[in-house]
Design a protein around this ligand. Structure first.
Ligand code: ZN
Length: 134
């Protein structure tokens, strides 16, 4: 079964930490060992794993992406959000995280970030947990 998480974003470009919400779904599932798949079904928003302890890290990533892919830099896509599509392709649309002992196996400083590149909008993250055979 696919679980749908809803993410409301409040600016055009924003990283939203969804680790706690994902952890809650894993806990509620009762599954101890397996894999958690997270997939973002949008063309101008993605998902990535990076440092959640220092909020300036996500700010630096957003600013670096803006430099690499500037807004309105003569793109062919006439909708005006070509930079959003390109940034989405750079960060990607899915992450997979192992589950052991009912917990997500993430590094000490890692969080899961929903990456908005054309907000503010209400977005979706699809989540599927596969239980390991025992
Ligand atoms: Zn577009």
């Amino acid at each position: 079964m696919i679980k749908t998480l809803t993410v409301k974003t409040s600016s055009r470009e924003e990283f939203v930490d969804i680790r706690a919400e994902v952890e809650k779904v894993v806990k509620d599932s009762g599954i101890k060992n397996g894999v958690c798949y997270l997939y973002v079904p949008h063309t101008t928003a993605g998902i990535t794993i990076n440092e959640g302890a220092d909020p300036s890290v996500k700010k630096d990533i957003i600013n670096a992406l803006k430099k690499i892919v500037p807004y309105g830099a003569g793109y062919a896509h006439i909708e005006g959000n070509a930079d959003s599509h390109i940034k989405t392709t750079l960060v990607g649309s899915s992450v997979n995280i192992f589950i052991e002992g009912g917990r997500l196996i993430l590094g000490q400083w890692q969080s899961i970030f929903f990456c908005e590149f054309d907000g503010p909008r209400t977005r979706k993250v699809y989540m599927k947990i596969i239980k390991e055979e025992e």
